[in-house]
Design a protein around this ligand. Structure first.
Ligand SMILES: Nc1nc2c(c(=O)[nH]1)N[C@H]1C(S)=C(S)[C@@H](COP(=O)(O)O)O[C@H]1N2
Ligand SMILES: [Mo]
Length: 258
């Protein structure tokens, strides 16, 4: 396992790379106290809203150095990693893609990016990859360790020419009807990857084939599976009920720090 000092260096290098390469994103980490990163897309009424803000603000302060979450050794990998909730989206389009071995699968990256692109799985795999062995913590009371391999989300946005000024969130749509929003603070974290590999093999169907998100500081329901598209936006308004994701639309906290 890497020493803390090295990890910190890695995080700092990523931050520097970001500052030089994607101007619009840089504001985030330069202005560490920009209040937009300390509150959810919408603030709930009453005490829930107060709690949301306090939780998010205090966690974000603690995390502002963008340190990495703990990585485990391969020997700690859980034998039968669960398949939870959706295991095989019924959409016709998904089933067609699956039947074709995902060769026709494309990932559109659109919205507030400089050069919208549509990446094939092959193209995603050509982006310098990251492999990490981490613990998945489901809000419903289980946890398990797996090794994930994928393209850093930041690199994917760079492949789309970087984001425009005013970009605040990315919205990921999934086959099967899920969608989730993430703010740039989490998007640029070095361990936030679009994972196509699990434990050294292609991502299995039930775990979100062909590509799922790993956003390691969050609990289970933010680890969206069966990814269909990515949009960069300035606001979560107009997506579902506007709370920032399917889960928060149904009352879960948008900011799901684990
Ligand atoms: N598209 C989609 N993503 C999803 C889910 C889902 O049902 N559909 N379940 C979430 C929850 S609650 C958890 S705990 C994890 C489960 O991932 P796994 O099936 O690989 O264990 O995926 C998350 N992402
Ligand atoms: Mo979960």
């Amino acid at each position: 396992m890497k020493k803390k000092e090295e990890k910190r260096k890695e995080a700092t290098l990523t931050r520097r790379k970001l500052l030089t390469r994607t101007g619009a994103l840089s504001g985030i980490l330069l202005t560490g106290c920009d209040t937009q990163f300390y509150r959810p897309p919408i603030i709930r009424d009453g005490l829930m809203g107060v709690a949301d803000i306090l939780t998010m603000a205090s966690q974000r302060l603690l995390l502002s150095e963008q340190q990495l979450v703990q990585e485990h050794s391969v020997s700690e990998i859980t034998k039968d990693f669960p398949v939870w909730n959706q295991s095989n989206p019924e959409d016709e389009e998904y089933q067609r893609l699956r039947a074709g071995g995902y060769r026709e699968w494309r990932l559109p990256v659109t919205g507030m990016v400089n050069q919208p692109v549509s990446l094939s799985l092959e193209e995603l795999k050509r982006i310098p990859r990251r492999t990490q062995t981490t613990m998945h913590i489901c809000e419903q009371g289980w946890s398990a360790i797996a090794q994930w391999t994928g393209a850093p989300l930041l690199s994917v946005l760079e492949a789309a020419g970087g984001v425009k000024n005013g970009a605040r969130y990315i919205v990921i749509d999934a086959y099967g009807g899920w969608y989730e929003g993430y703010d740039m603070f989490d998007v640029v974290h070095p361990q936030t990857i679009l994972a196509y590999g699990m434990n050294g093999k292609d991502l299995p169907l039930g775990n979100g084939a062909p590509v799922r998100l790993r956003v390691e500081r969050h609990c289970g329901y933010k680890q969206i599976k069966f990814i269909k598209s990515i949009q960069v936006v300035s606001s979560m308004e107009g997506f579902g009920r506007g709370t920032g994701g399917l889960n928060s639309d149904y009352g879960f906290h948008w900011y799901a720090g684990a």
